[in-house]
Design a protein around this ligand. Structure first.
Ligand SMILES: [Zn+2]
Length: 302
């Protein structure tokens, strides 16, 4: 081999080494660039994710704020609508049968029942009338959703005791108060308002008369000490005393209604009082035709 061919061979080898070196460097550079781009991409994803998280957190905060605001308003409304028995209210109850203008309070005792009460509520809704319900605690526990409906549709919900068993209720004045409270507790649970208190009781069988007269009058004082008023009625359909048809109900009303400007009508919405639900539109017309305005105890207990 001459010197020239040795040099040529050497040059070839050197060129191969240089080209290889350049290729390796290029490959490494390419890898580095790829890695950098990958990290950058990941960084971008991470950034947009954190951005998204921030937006979601802001939205959640806004929703929470709106919710709290709404709850505040509802709480305020509820408190404003909670019955409060002030001196004015006590005075109003004491003068319940007196009024300068004609007014009528439709009142329903012994409910709620799943068969009759919803029908009565449907009629009242269609006629746009607010009534007053004197509930039995034992029946409130059986039909809490109906009580909730009564409350939400704006009717006045008051206590008629818990058991409706006279010998039990009138065993002592304290027992009357206990019956009132047990019914109110059941109402509170049914409507989901823990501090609801109607401050209004209707004595089962009425306040006056009967063999429990003395206990009733002692219980009246005890109720008064506990800021609870009571109300009877001055007109009735006799739907729990023999009357069965709409004509009979109206005939019963005719006995007393013409004597009063302010009428409190006793009716019942226990499960066997279908006739009352059926007669209600006619009873309402009866009062409308005579110029009576329909009121509930929300207009009285203040
Ligand atoms: Zn009753």
């Amino acid at each position: 081999m001459d010197l020239i061919s040795i040099r040529r061979k050497y040059n070839n080898i050197r060129n191969i080494i240089i080209i290889s070196f350049i290729l390796v460097v290029c490959a490494i550079l390419a890898l580095i660039v790829k890695e950098i781009n990958k990290n950058k991409a990941e960084e971008n994803v991470f950034l947009s994710y954190s951005e998204l998280k921030k937006i979601v957190a802001q939205k959640e905060e806004e929703i929470q704020k709106q919710k709290e605001e709404q709850q505040k308003i509802e709480e305020e409304n509820r408190k404003n609508n909670l019955p409060q028995l002030t001196e004015e209210g006590k005075n109003n109850v004491a003068k319940i049968y007196k009024s300068d203008t004609k007014r009528v309070f439709l009142t329903f005792d012994d409910g709620p029942s799943s068969t009759v009460t919803p029908k009565i509520l449907d009629v009242l809704k269609a006629e746009n009338i607010k009534a007053t319900f004197f509930l039995l605690g034992s029946r409130v526990e059986l039909n809490p959703e109906i009580v909730k409906r009564e409350y939400e549709e704006g009717h006045y919900i008051a206590s008629h005791g818990y058991s409706h068993v006279y010998s039990q209720i009138y065993s002592s004045p304290q027992s009357v108060l206990d019956e009132y409270n047990n019914c109110v507790r059941a109402i509170q649970n049914a409507i989901g308002v823990p501090d609801y208190n109607p401050h209004l009781f209707r004595f089962p069988g009425g306040f006056k008369g009967g063999k429990y007269d003395k206990i009733k009058s002692q219980a009246h004082d005890l109720l008064e000490q506990n800021n609870i008023a009571h109300v009877d009625w001055n007109a009735l359909t006799s739907d729990s005393a023999g009357a069965k048809t709409t004509e009979q109900f109206i005939a019963e009303l005719e006995k007393t209604v013409p004597k009063y400007n302010s009428v409190v009508v006793l009716m019942h919405d226990a499960g066997n009082k279908q006739a009352t639900a059926e007669a209600l539109p006619t009873i309402i017309s009866y009062f409308r035709e005579r110029g009576y305005e329909f009121k509930s105890f929300y207009d009285i207990i203040k």
